[in-house]
Ligand binder design. Structure first.
Ligand SMILES: Cc1ncc(COP(=O)(O)O)c(C=O)c1O
Length: 483
């Protein structure tokens, strides 16, 4: 018999009460977790009704906890896309390691302050060691540094600000940055938030493998210089969102070095493949970048809410973000003791590094490496088998664990093929054991914009059985082109 909860729950919960509440949560979470394999990959039926049910006034008096849980688990949570599902192959998945929730529970209940080193030296230092693990993965040396933030968009934003500060200083007029057609929209957004006008972001075309064209970039830089503008930054892709393309990082590093530009690599999707041998080979040259965005809530499978910016020289973050205030303790003098407030836009922050540190200590890096290697294998296997289906053309090969394809039965024009591919997508998704997404991109083979389907294998729960389902569902979906 569960113990009855005090109701309304007091703000000052005691240990036994918290344990009971956590245990009541577990009564809901355990079946959720154990049933993930059978759960639909998405279910948005009744979404407006559910949304309306939560558009409500603030409760004046607390309600019994099991009723609160019921509203979440019976109403809000089921009506969603399900990125925790092994069948979720859309967008960029991650899965959401449940062990991170333990770290969050500890961080939230103990409520330590990690904006500065002094208030929680042990917790800050463990976060510094997480950043150093990542720096060494990227091939950075001892003067590197970083910031664990909420996601890849924030990491890209901080990188653009650091690059702007380092290369343009206070006067940002005429500053220009370059990125490719495959760049995530957070890059252009970052430039705007960093105070640059929209025209400051130049989009450079890609080659047949969706990699930024180095020569076109060199030409654009030269033209901008001639016109009196001030090129300062190149944002390269290490796993582009639409097709998973990895730019030629070494060639871009050479160009940036010759031109005196900051090189930022957006490795939000691809970065943690550095744990694998194949990933290291694909991302060769990344160690020469001035900064790198990583997203542990993608390639380290964490639940949403964790990104990371690495910089080759920690001093560049300090130059961009440090401020002093009489009401705060002085910054640390010891180079090994970092104040995150000096390295980022944040002051108050949770012990965010614990979300990464705890799962790595609990499972070990080898578990992540093996899972990432498995995803590389699954994506290659899936691409080979999808290619063999009638009418399928692989538009972007799986450099990492993402590929894009299009089904092209004979006798259809581009618009008809786009419509057919959208129908294929809808048919696959309607079985709800997989979730795929598509995108429109400039097809290098055709030189025109086309709609393609994407498969991104990155959830740690995705195994070979889902790839078998993918093949079954796709074969069925493409069987009747006119239907
Ligand atoms: C390559 C890339 N960069 C940046 C982002 C933005 O990351 P976040 O959604 O964590 O802000 C994404 C998200 O999918 C991405 O794929």
């Amino acid at each position: 018999m569960p113990r009855p909860f005090r109701h309304p729950a007091p703000l000052e919960l005691g240990g036994a009460e918290l344990r009971d509440l956590v245990s009541a949560c577990m009564d809901r979470l355990a079946p959720f977790l154990d049933g993930l394999n059978e759960q639909p990959t998405h279910s948005l039926d009744g979404s407006h009704k559910v949304a309306r049910a939560f558009d409500e006034p603030m409760p004046e008096r607390g309600v019994p906890f099991r009723r609160v849980l019921a509203r979440l688990f019976d109403r809000a949570i089921p009506v969603s896309l399900n990125p925790a599902s092994p069948g979720y192959l859309g967008y960029i998945p991650g899965g959401g390691l449940p062990s991170t929730a333990l770290a969050d529970l500890i961080a939230d209940v103990t409520n330590r302050y990690t904006g500065l080193w002094m208030p929680a030296p042990g917790l800050v230092q463990l976060e510094i060691s997480v950043i150093r693990w990542f720096c060494s993965l990227a091939g950075y040396g001892p003067s590197a540094g970083g910031w664990i933030c909420s996601g890849g968009s924030m990491a890209n934003l901080a990188a653009v600000v650091a690059a702007r500060e380092a290369k343009l200083g206070e006067d940002i007029a005429g500053g220009v940055l370059y990125t490719s057609e495959g760049a995530h929209h957070s890059v252009a957004k970052a430039a705007r938030v960093a105070g640059l006008p929209r025209r400051a972001t130049r989009v450079v075309p890609v080659d047949a493998s969706f990699r930024l064209q180095r020569d076109a970039l060199a030409k654009a830089i030269a033209e901008d210089r001639t016109a009196g503008r001030r090129p300062f930054l190149v944002v390269a892709q290490a796993g582009s969102t639409p097709v998973g393309a990895v730019d030629d990082l070494a060639a871009l590093a050479d160009l940036c070095a010759a031109e005196g530009l900051w090189l930022h690599v957006d490795a939000a999707y691809g970065g943690f493949f550095l744990l694998t041998e194949r990933g290291r080979s694909s991302l060769a040259g990344i160690e020469r970048a001035d900064s790198i965005a990583l997203d542990p809530h993608k390639g380290l499978f964490l639940p949403y809410g964790t990104g990371c910016l690495l910089v080759k020289e920690r001093a560049t973050l300090r130059a961009a973000f440090s401020e002093t205030a009489a009401y705060l303790p002085p910054s640390q003098e010891d180079a090994d003791h970092w104040d995150f407030a000096d390295l980022s836009p944040e002051l108050s922050r949770p012990a965010r590094g614990l979300r990464i540190w705890l799962p790595l200590w609990l499972h070990g890096a080898s578990a992540f490496r093996a899972a990432l290697d498995e995803k590389l294998d699954l994506a290659r296997d899936a691409a080979a088998r999808v290619r063999a289906l009638p009418g399928v053309r692989i538009v972007a090969e799986p450099e990492l664990s993402l590929f894009a394809f299009r089904v092209e039965p004979p006798g259809m024009n581009t618009a008809e093929l786009d419509a057919f591919n959208r129908r294929v997508l809808a048919r696959v998704n309607q079985r709800k054991r997989l979730l795929l997404t598509g995108t429109t991109l400039r097809d290098p083979a055709l030189g025109e914009d086309v709609f393609v389907l994407r498969v991104c294998v990155l959830c740690f729960r995705t195994h070979a059985d889902r790839i078998d389902m993918l093949l079954e569902d796709l074969a069925e979906a493409i069987a009747d082109p006119r239907g």
